[in-house]
Design a protein. Sequence first.
Length: 127
Amino acid sequence: MAKEIIVTDKAPQAIGTYSQAVKTGSTVYLSGQIPLIPETMSLVDGGIRQQIHQVFQNLQAVAKAAGGDLSDAVKLNVFLTDLSNFPQVNEVMAEYFQQPYPARAAIGVAALPKDAAVEMDAVLVLS
């Protein structure tokens, strides 16, 4: 099956050897997004809630570039440098997703690129 590389300037550009997303058939694999502002490539100001919002906005921009949106997500991985921030992930996530929610994992990590507090990636299945 052929693969299509997804690229958008509405989300942060890749800061390494990866693509923003790869689409194969109706499945789209979104790379991890940290709370970078696409225009400046700097971390969003504010606390954990602002970082979580920015990550979801970045994921949504890549999903749209692939022809879908976050409602097409079937799997979401959340990486947090402090697992005590998980309740805020749930609260902010409820602003971007409706039931049925995607499958999800939450992983505590020691550090993330650019000292971000949160990173997420996702898998979409387009209808």
